[in-house]
Design a protein around this ligand. Structure first.
Ligand code: BTN
Length: 327
């Protein structure tokens, strides 16, 4: 029924009345109205004018395997395997399942929507259809597991660079891996690893980007934003995914040369929003204040404490004044 209404709206060059829809589909006005609302929720913009009826204004941007494949080829990501799903629990979960079955290094897993998207620290990640990029990369680096956390920083840098290239925007990075615009989060990265003895079996780098999201729930209003809210434009996600994949691949190769961030540190620091600003390090119940002095070659955050000592922070929560509503 919803599909039928959509077909009729698409065929019509202008308005189609509610009565015409009811007559053609032999359904009630309420049923038509409900279907129209469902379509709106899925991202179709439908105008309703009394005495004239309904008119389809825009259709949502839908990801397709064919389009993604062609955009990836155009960007130069030739050797990458693509796994695309209209719906999946979590691209990180799926990437893990594929990796366990032997999926090759560089496989990209993309979904239009996730039903159980995961954020860091056990949080959930809301991943509706039509407005975001939900993707995971399967990597099989021959490096020590102790170096894997740097891959998150590599991915953050690659994603920021891909967004600059395609959209002309310069995101900041909140260490280690949130991308921010105007003090709000636009992208989060979740890196997971499987090891055996002292070797990496695979690393999954999951990237979530709010692209065409128009509104966020109340509790996220001062914390989250999207490309659309910041630029006022709607962005095609498929070429963005390809550009980001390509950039991450390039930075990954640079990282592998030295297996540290020595060649990427300057680029990372130029985006680090907390550089030379006060930060609060939260570890468990404890919190300490200091001034951020950048990162070292291993990707650890350098924080100058009030007594002048420099503390290196490997993981944990770091808050930055002015970000995500933190004052
Ligand atoms: C964070 O908490 O900031 C990390 C969010 C990571 C979300 C992405 S969306 C694609 C991939 N699949 C998931 O379930 N999570 C990551």
């Amino acid at each position: 029924m919803k599909k039928e209404i959509l077909r009729l709206l698409m065929e019509q060059d202008g308005f189609i009345s509610g009565q015409q829809l009811c007559d053609r589909l032999k359904v009630s006005r309420t049923a038509v109205w409900k279907a129209i609302n469902q379509l709106r929720k899925e991202g179709f913009e439908i105008e309703a004018v009394s005495n004239r009826g309904y008119r389809l204004l825009t259709v949502p941007d839908r990801l397709t395997e064919a389009q993604l494949f062609s955009d990836m080829q155009r960007s130069g990501l030739f050797h990458t395997e693509l796994q695309f799903y209209d719906e999946i629990d979590s691209t990180n979960h799926q990437a893990r399942r594929l990796a366990e079955k032997g999926a090759s290094h560089g496989t990209i897993v993309v979904a239009e929507t996730q039903t159980a998207g995961k954020g860091r620290r056990g949080r959930s990640w809301v991943s509706p259809a039509g407005c975001g990029i939900w993707m995971s990369l399967i990597l099989r680096p021959e490096i020590s597991p102790s170096k894997a956390s740097m891959l998150t920083l590599v991915a953050a840098l690659g994603t920021a660079e891909g967004l600059r290239e395609m959209c002309g925007i310069d995101c900041g990075i909140k260490w280690p891996n949130d991308l921010v615009l105007n003090q709000k989060k636009i992208c989060g990265i979740l890196t997971e690893m499987s090891t055996e003895l002292s070797e990496i079996r695979y690393v999954i780098v999951g990237i979530g980007i709010n692209v065409n999201t128009e509104a966020f729930p109340e509790e996220l209003l001062d914390k989250a934003t999207s490309l659309k809210l910041e630029t006022g434009k709607t962005w095609k996600r498929s070429p963005l995914i390809a550009a980001i994949g390509k950039r991450i691949e390039e930075y990954y190769q640079i990282f592998l040369e030295t297996q540290d961030l020595s060649q990427l540190r300057e680029a990372y620091l130029s985006r680090l929003v907390s550089l030379h600003k006060p930060v609060v390090i939260l570890s468990g119940e404890e919190s300490r204040e200091g001034i951020c002095r950048g990162i070292d070659e291993g990707g650890e955050l350098l924080v100058e404490l009030p007594d002048g000592r420099i503390e290196t922070v490997l993981s944990g929560e770091v808050s930055v004044r002015g970000l995500y509503g933190y004052v």
